[in-house]
Design a protein around this ligand. Structure first.
Ligand code: AN7
Length: 351
């Protein structure tokens, strides 16, 4: 079966007109996977992972990008531009290539995962590495987009949020109702904004009985929303969320408050440990930033929060292949042997 994609699957909930091209790279319809091994670890009644790394470019960004690009085409735009910590650029490069548009991508120099940069290069995007952090890069891109006839496809473009909210629809469609809690990483805060919008809309039309508490987490060195002020030099190993002045800050705060949730923070060590645990106990390989969801859940459960009668969803926002270099760099040495049966048996202790 040919995958129809987000625009076709959720057209009634999206700002489409008869002139919007129904493009797709097969985004959306990602797995929601229950993980008994990690239920034990966290004391959750039911624990599910939404595998957004299964999108065509390996992250949730494709859901919003397909809408942003379709609307750009509808408006006659030929060039799209974004600032990115990596995944947005990989996604815009791919969708622009698919649709015959030019993608211009601005990234903070030396600050994005190699897998993401490779994707943008492979798709033929125009790439500019800026000496500065993400916040400075986004600010420059916004000025460029105001002056020139190009479409900005960062999540300040409302079409991005519209597309990304479909992930919340899918969670409800899969579970039959909203979960009790949704754990999600927060960087520029577009995704938590989008999920909350999706959950609210589904409840309004009667497709969900309730709404989850939104549990957003930032990295300790890049936690402006937790601290209540911008972070001039955000620092974390999770480069995707190395953001000190989130564009959707107020909307994230609204999602937190309306849902009775929270926005907390986890350390780099907790993020790395959660990534390992998700892979070793769940078989789920997420990129560092995406492991923040589970890191947040583990932190709260260790602090004594009781999830035993709760249905919990952790959003895994991107695949571990994006920054697999960091796994290899920090791995234990493994066996290297000659292709000799006896030698292999001996080293495995099977002789
Ligand atoms: C894997 O690509 O900001 O809070 O420029 O790549 O909506 O920003 C990526 C963010 C979480 C945070 N997980 O989402 C970009 C970019 C992954 C990400 C986030 C990002 P937002």
């Amino acid at each position: 079966m040919v995958k129809s994609g987000v625009l076709t699957n959720y057209r009634d909930f999206l700002p489409l007109t008869t002139a919007t091209p129904l493009i797709s790279l097969g985004e959306g319809d990602t797995p929601l996977v229950r993980c008994p091994g990690l239920e034990q670890e966290t004391g959750c009644g039911e624990l599910y992972f939404k595998l957004e790394g299964c999108n065509p470019t390996g992250s949730f960004k494709d859901r919003g990008m397909v809408v942003a690009i379709a609307k750009a085409m509808e408006a006659g735009s030929k060039v799209v531009i974004c600032a990115s910590t990596g995944n947005t650029s990989a996604s815009s490069a791919a969708y622009a290539a698919h649709c015959g548009l030019t993608a211009v991508i601005m990234v903070p120099k030396g600050n994005i995962a190699p897998g993401k940069l490779a994707q943008a290069i492979a798709s033929g995007a125009k790439i500019v590495a800026l000496e500065g952090n993400f916040d400075q890069t986004l600010s420059l891109v916004r000025s460029l987009a105001e002056k020139h006839p190009v479409t900005l496809v960062n999540s300040v473009n409302p079409n991005r949020i519209e597309g990304q909210k479909t992930a919340a629809f899918e969670v409800v469609d899969a579970l039959g109702d909203a979960p009790d809690y949704l754990f999600i990483p927060v960087g520029n805060a577009g995704n938590i904004t989008a999920y909350w919008k999706g959950f609210k809309e589904y409840q309004q039309v009667g497709r969900a009985g309730g709404r989850p508490r939104m549990m957003g987490f930032q990295a300790e060195g890049a936690a402006p929303i937790v601290h209540g002020h911008t972070v001039e030099e955000p620092k974390t190993i999770a480069s995707a969320i190395r953001i000190g002045n989130p564009a959707s800050w107020q909307k994230a705060v609204m999602a937190r408050d309306e849902s009775g949730g929270m926005i907390g923070m986890v350390s780099d060590d907790e993020i790395v440990a959660a990534r390992r645990l998700m892979a070793t106990k769940g078989g789920i390989f997420g990129e560092l930033a995406s492991s923040v969801s589970l890191a947040g859940l583990i932190k709260l459960s260790r602090q004594g929060m009781d999830f035993s009668a709760k249905r919990v969803v952790c959003v895994v926002t991107g695949t571990g292949l994006k920054d697999s270099d960091l796994v290899l760099k920090n791995s234990e040495p493994f066996l290297e042997l000659p292709a000799d049966l006896a030698a292999v048996e001996k080293s495995l202790g099977w002789d």
